[in-house]
Design a protein around this ligand. Structure first.
Ligand SMILES: [Zn+2]
Length: 82
């Protein structure tokens, strides 16, 4: 897992998910408990929501400002990409 090879410095500069972490994918209802990442993303024609990796990729989600952000489902819910 490349995400786990970050230095402490990088972790401190990283953005985090500040609200309660999501429980389920807004699209397929899968529980995030068993997953390592979630996406705060816009997946047209769906509005912004919290989605699992499989929904994000199958709906051709994009990462970046105005598109989507990828977060870890594990505390402290660091932003990984986007
Ligand atoms: Zn899903």
């Amino acid at each position: 897992m490349a995400e786990q090879k970050q230095t402490e410095d990088q972790k401190q500069n990283q953005k985090r998910w500040l609200s309660q972490p999501p429980a389920f994918c807004d699209l397929c209802g899968r529980s995030f408990k068993t997953l390592t990442v979630f996406y705060d993303a816009k997946l047209p024609p769906f509005p912004w929501g919290l989605y699992c990796h499989s929904c994000f990729t199958s709906r051709k989600g994009r990462l970046g400002l105005g598109f989507g952000q990828k977060y870890s489902t594990k505390p402290p819910y660091l932003k990984l990409k986007g």
